[in-house]
Ligand binder design. Structure first.
Ligand SMILES: [Zn+2]
Length: 477
């Protein structure tokens, strides 16, 4: 394989450069001429469409409906909720002119849509009959002040969904927060094949304006954590700031309870990092735009008969609902095609040549382990779906073993610091709940509290020694 075509940097040697090469060469995304912004190319967008479809059906099954909100927000809206504006003001794109005229009021390109959406909700919600209101918005958001662009992981604009729900009671909003977190876990573990730790954020790390934030955290191969999604209990903070009230069944006016939650295209970055190898991308079958690539191998004399059977097998697999591509391109050798589809992480390759015609078989090669097996045509309809399921499960098992092997306890701040420096990964350590102790850990070890388990075991604080609970620390993206 020529250096031009394949991945030139081993994953274990320069992880960051490997990531860039895989993302670009697999045709997932590209940099834009506008600094900090990215193109998502069809193959990358195909992955996003499958992630969207999976999550969309999980959300709709719980009664959520999709809607769309405008991209521009009056600046004064952001200022209504004090914590919210403080959390977001350093990273805003501001629109000051419309056509040739300066705007009377500055507009913000949404960094997230709470404020503009809740201004509308104040008009739409009148009575307890209007609740719960369960809307979800697929859109993109904008965050300025990106220092180093990293495709899918750090860009000024990214795609996501943001859910914004309104409830009559605190308990109902709490249940919504947790049920969304569980849907997100299903998406990450069952579709992306990435295990996650779930729990709460500390007050320091919570969403600006939330009462509390729940999170899903995954571990990347370089030992750094990646936040895969968050689900926030907003309490009545925004309802009070935006006047979202309803008449309850006793005809009494109440402030509503709210939640918001989101998952973004950065999950694609996680898929690249967690599953990829030195040949390139390795895609979990459930989110692979192409699940099986059929590569016919022939010379002039055998071309017609091999192609005919290749098309026949393609059709047979497609009838089972499998996403199949036949690579019958001229002018590329089979070896070149193998490398290309390995680079693109297609889960299964099906090879068929003249000798296979005689045997009425095809050769199946799985991308994760590169194992080969001949399979009779008659058996393909049962073997291929089972193989795809097996690859999906094997990827999740492998990622789970990595997560478990790289989650370590630390009894003292010194040990936490040593683990953060040498071993990396998730570090479980006691914390008293004090922000000053949390900040001292950050200063001395470079780690944040990524997540506090929902039912944390007790543990003495590694900074002050006071009694506390176990929290999970790590360096993070
Ligand atoms: Zn402490």
């Amino acid at each position: 394989m020529s250096d031009q075509q394949g991945i030139t940097v081993p994953k274990g040697k320069d992880f960051s450069e490997w990531y860039n090469e895989v993302t670009l060469k697999a045709g997932l995304a590209d940099f834009s001429s506008v600094k900090g912004f990215m193109f998502i190319k069809p193959y990358g967008y195909g992955i996003w469409e499958l992630i969207q479809a999976a999550l969309d059906s999980l959300l709709k099954a719980q009664g959520h409906q999709n809607a769309y909100s405008p991209a521009l927000i009056p600046e004064r809206f952001l200022q209504r909720e004090q914590e919210h504006v403080e959390g977001f003001s350093p990273e805003l794109f501001v629109v000051t002119q419309a056509g040739t005229q300066p705007l009377e009021e500055r507009l913000i390109l949404r960094p997230t849509s709470e404020t503009v959406v809740y201004d509308a909700y104040a008009k739409w919600i009148r009575s307890w009959r209007d609740l719960p209101l369960l809307y979800n918005y697929w859109n993109s958001v904008f965050r300025a002040e990106i220092k180093m662009t990293k495709l899918f992981l750090r860009t000024c604009e990214f795609l996501w969904q943001e859910g914004h729900t309104v409830h009559a009671t605190e308990g109902e909003a709490d249940r919504e927060v947790r049920s969304i977190l569980e849907s997100y876990r299903t998406l990450m573990e069952d579709y992306l094949a990435i295990p996650v730790l779930t729990g709460r954020k500390s007050d320091k790390e919570k969403f600006a304006g939330a009462v509390y934030t729940t999170t899903l955290e995954a571990l990347m191969p370089d030992g750094k954590a990646l936040q895969m999604g968050t689900s926030h209990q907003l309490g009545q903070n925004f309802a009070k700031a935006f006047g979202i009230t309803f008449l309850d069944q006793a005809q009494k006016r109440q402030h509503a309870w709210q939640t918001s939650w989101g998952v973004s295209t950065r999950t694609i970055g996680a898929v690249i990092m967690v599953h990829g190898d030195d040949r390139g991308l390795v895609l979990p079958p459930r989110i692979a735009p192409i699940q099986v690539v059929v590569v016919p191998i022939f010379q002039d004399a055998s071309k017609d008969s091999v192609l005919k059977e290749a098309k026949h097998l393609q059709g047979k697999l497609e009838k089972l609902g499998i996403r199949v591509q036949l690579d019958d391109r001229e002018g590329y050798s089979p070896g070149w095609k193998f490398n290309e589809w390995e680079l693109k992480g297609v889960p299964v390759r099906l090879e068929i040549g003249p000798k296979d015609l005689e045997q009425q078989q095809a050769i199946l090669v799985r991308r994760d382990s590169m194992q080969k097996q001949p399979v009779k045509w008659d058996a393909l309809g049962t073997v291929v779906p089972a193989l795809l399921e097996d690859i999906q499960a094997a990827l999740f098992r492998k990622a789970t073993s990595f997560l478990e092997a790289n989650t370590r306890p630390a009894a003292t701040l010194k040990e936490l610091g040593r683990l953060a420096e040498k071993e990396k990964g998730f570090i479980l350590a006691g914390w008293c709940g004090n922000k000053a102790c949390e900040e001292q850990v950050k200063d001395q070890t470079g780690t944040d509290i990524r997540v506090i388990p929902f039912q944390p075991p007790a543990g003495a604080c590694v900074v002050c020694g006071n009694s506390g609970q176990q929290a999970c620390f790590a360096r993070a993206y």
